[in-house]
Design a protein around this ligand. Structure first.
Ligand code: GAL
Length: 358
């Protein structure tokens, strides 16, 4: 098969030969023979190399909290990954920092800013000891792709600003008695900024970047433009998929169309993936249903989306769907599902494969 032999020692096994295929859901050894630790991740292609950033998890039931930080790996072929260490470290316990050890720091995404020559990392942040109440986004910056990244701030997007696509009529008709109604939640947080949990960053061909996140108690997705330096929000944003409870957003562009792949909202438990298309990032977004096919396609093959990677090394029109298989009782054992995306009448299709390569 041309892949390494998985022996029965968890998270550490020998990799004598180079990997030549993807084996979704199996342990995935880095250059040191250690299972890759980059969950809820994303990939940046920079100067001929891919960089995979993700949540560093630890063993045991509390392993989903941020004890270490954001881990980075590099690769030229996407099969074999070199451990580049911790790109963003959590702050020491007792420091009072927003990213103090023990906080929840999820779904980090790194993009490169051509204007400032800086690498910018955004992530979902929950303050230590507050569960998922804070619903903030954090931002960090570095001169080097692998870090170290310096934490700048965390907060909620766009305080004091209404989304572009809420009408005066809608504002007047908000039902304040329905506590869970997304529009009420939107209204409630106008002054303090919008709730932001699961998130991704998308950079368009014109280098404009967008922050796409689950908002309004996860009821609605918001798409917010970032400033030219990618470090803040411009105030331009829309709400899309109202009441659809979309999570785990991954956004990409193909042939001038914008695609969204995400999930339903069931915590660590897998559910059916969703997809959507739009001809403008601002929408309207048309839902295209579950893109998954094959065994366990109704539960995203036991995974949840995290990113769609456009392949850059000589394979035109190749996109890889990246998902996480969460293991909440032993977070470090979380697995990865990477599968090719094909297109049927411009609709994305993700077919289960036990093993595959280019
Ligand atoms: C998932 C979400 C994960 C994590 C988890 C916590 O739905 O996508 O990133 O937040 O919930 O239960």
């Amino acid at each position: 098969m041309g892949i390494c032999i998985f022996i029965n020692v968890p998270y550490s096994y020998s990799q004598d030969n180079k990997l030549q295929s993807f084996t979704p859901k199996e342990l995935w050894a880095d250059n040191n023979g250690v299972h890759i630790n980059a969950h809820g991740g994303g990939v940046l292609f920079d100067n001929g190399k891919y960089y995979w950033f993700g949540e560093h998890k630890i063993a045991g039931p509390k392993g989903n909290r941020a004890h270490v930080g954001v881990h980075c790996y590099s690769s030229t072929d996407l099969y074999n990954w070199k451990d580049e260490g911790i790109a963003l470290s959590v702050a020491p316990e007792g420091s009072g920092s927003d990213i103090e050890k023990g906080c929840i720091l999820e779904r980090p995404k790194v993009v490169y800013n051509e204007k400032t020559n800086k690498y910018v990392m955004w992530f979902h942040l929950e303050l230590k000891g507050q569960g998922y109440k804070a619903a903030r986004s954090g931002v960090a910056v570095s001169d080097n792709v692998i870090g170290p990244y310096t934490f700048i701030r965390s907060g909620r997007p766009n305080p004091g600003i209404w989304p572009m696509n809420v009408t005066e009529e809608e504002k007047k008709s908000i039902d304040m008695s329905d506590k869970k109604a997304p529009l009420r939640v939107l209204n409630k947080y106008i002054e303090t900024g919008q709730m932001a949990r699961d998130m991704t960053i998308f950079v368009d061909d014109d280098q404009k970047a967008y922050h796409i996140y689950a908002s309004e108690e996860n009821g609605t997705t918001q798409i917010a433009e970032l400033t030219d330096d990618y470090l803040s929000h411009t105030g331009k944003y829309v709400r899309v998929f109202p009441k659809r409870y979309m999570e785990a957003a991954a956004v990409f562009k193909r042939n001038g169309k914008y695609y969204f792949i995400g999930s339903d909202c069931t915590g660590w438990k897998p559910n059916a993936a969703r997809s959507a298309v739009a001809s403008s990032i601002w929408g309207p977004w048309e839902e295209l249903g579950n893109p998954c096919r094959g065994k366990d396609s109704n539960i995203t093959f036991e995974g949840q989306s995290t990113y769609v990677l456009k392949v850059q090394h000589g394979r035109p029109d190749s996109y890889i769907f990246m998902a996480d298989v969460w293991r909440p009782d032993n977070a470090i054992d979380g697995r990865y599902i990477w599968l090719p995306i094909t297109f049927k009448n411009d609709k994305p299709i993700i077919q289960w494969k036990k093993e595959w390569n280019f």
